[in-house]
Design a protein around this ligand. Structure first.
Ligand SMILES: Cc1ncc(COP(=O)(O)O)c(C=O)c1O
Length: 360
């Protein structure tokens, strides 16, 4: 039996053929986002049912661009610390101030009650992370946003195909940022996307499309203008072509992930573990253990990869502050992530459960 990987993209001949098609077309990328990129945006839009979608080349680019839509210079953005560092970096990149708020111990998503205590007259955005694909409490967060005239940008890097209250993630907040990094539920070599739900979505779409290609605007043949700064953040054709194939498989692969998570939640004999929820996309499955290093080492010796998601951002040198986030800090020391990808066989699953139960 080979090693059981923590993450493993699911591919078949469809992806191979898609890559070959793009390779042979010699049309590999365009700043304008034509070709496969445009097709992917259209299909993804239908899938999540939002007002507009703009594809980019990573989840990090999606966050950087989404935050650039609102003027957050010297303003505060509320976010959880238990996330990948890109969530907070995007705030700094845009001149904002990250304001970390503690998480709910059951879901490990930002706690809406604690958001209330952190709102100030400098708060401009709330940026929840749907941790592991488990949706943050968007009902409460949306209420807080409306009451305080704050915008909602979601970090949905783990949530492609997830739902909240029966609506796909991507169709709720003003802007929703996805990652299609190879380890994610919808995998590309690299990729990301911003979904737009604001009333002025057409205007935002135009600005995002300009910013993803160096600020280029008003193109007419070889003539164009540049009015604002922009970057090289556009998605390439290979990524989009793979993404189109991955999207066709997504409901099936997410259902397999859910079955794996359901089995873990029933059979892993530990109290502190991820809840089962049919709307979650289960990018990974988390448990909390006391003796983490030893535990992970023992699993690895048995051929089972595990992960740590995440070292809390406020503990990094760049973000160090006097802020205390007791639940995040406790979870940050105990969390271990287990594989949920659909390449796991029944025997693999049984082995993970048996081994975890032996060493907890
Ligand atoms: C929560 C979260 N936000 C943002 C990102 C950034 O996405 P990408 O790696 O596509 O830039 C990731 C990816 O690892 C992530 O897990």
């Amino acid at each position: 039996m080979g090693r059981i990987k923590l993450f493993d993209p699911i591919t078949d001949n469809c992806e191979k053929n898609a890559i070959n098609r793009v390779l042979e077309s010699k049309f590999w990328a365009s700043g304008a986002g034509n070709g496969e990129v445009k097709k992917f945006e259209g299909k993804f839009l239908k899938y999540i049912n939002s007002k507009s979608c703009v594809a980019v080349n990573s989840g990090t680019a999606a966050l950087n661009l989404a935050l650039s839509i609102y003027d957050i210079k010297n303003k505060e953005v509320i976010l959880p610390s238990l996330s990948f560092v890109a969530t907070a970096n995007a705030i700094i990149e845009n001149g904002g101030i990250p304001k970390f708020v503690d998480i709910d111990e059951k879901t490990l998503c930002i706690d809406p009650k604690k958001i209330l205590n952190s709102i100030s007259n400098k708060t401009k955005i709330i940026l929840p992370v749907h941790f592991g694909g488990f949706s943050s409490n968007l009902t409460e967060i949306t209420k807080i946003c409306k009451k305080n005239k704050i915008n909602l940008i979601e970090d949905a890097a783990h949530s492609t195909g997830a739902r909240y209250k029966n609506k796909k993630i991507g169709s709720h907040g003003d802007l929703v940022c996805f990652s299609f990094h190879p380890v994610k539920n919808l995998a590309m070599p690299t990729g990301g996307l911003i979904s737009i739900n604001s009333k002025n979505y057409k205007k935002i779409e135009k600005i995002l499309k300009e910013k993803r290609w160096c600020g280029i605007t008003n193109r007419n043949g070889v003539n164009y203008d540049v009015k604002n700064i922009g970057w090289n953040y556009y998605m390439n054709e290979f990524s989009a072509a793979i993404g189109l194939e991955q999207l066709k498989k997504l409901n099936h692969t997410n259902n397999v992930r859910k079955e794996i998570a359901k089995t873990y939640s029933k059979k892993i004999l530990i109290e502190k573990k991820m809840l089962f929820d049919n709307e979650c996309s289960y990018h990974f499955y988390w448990i909390r253990v006391k003796n983490r290093d030893e535990f992970r080492e023992k699993l690895l010796k048995k051929g089972i990869e595990t992960g740590i998601h995440y070292k809390p951002i406020h503990t990094f040198s760049l973000y160090k502050s006097k802020i205390k986030l007791p639940i995040t800090e406790k979870v940050g020391k105990e969390i271990v992530t287990l594989p949920t990808h659909p390449n796991i066989t029944k025997q693999d699953l049984e082995k993970v459960i048996k081994t975890v139960n032996k060493f907890i």
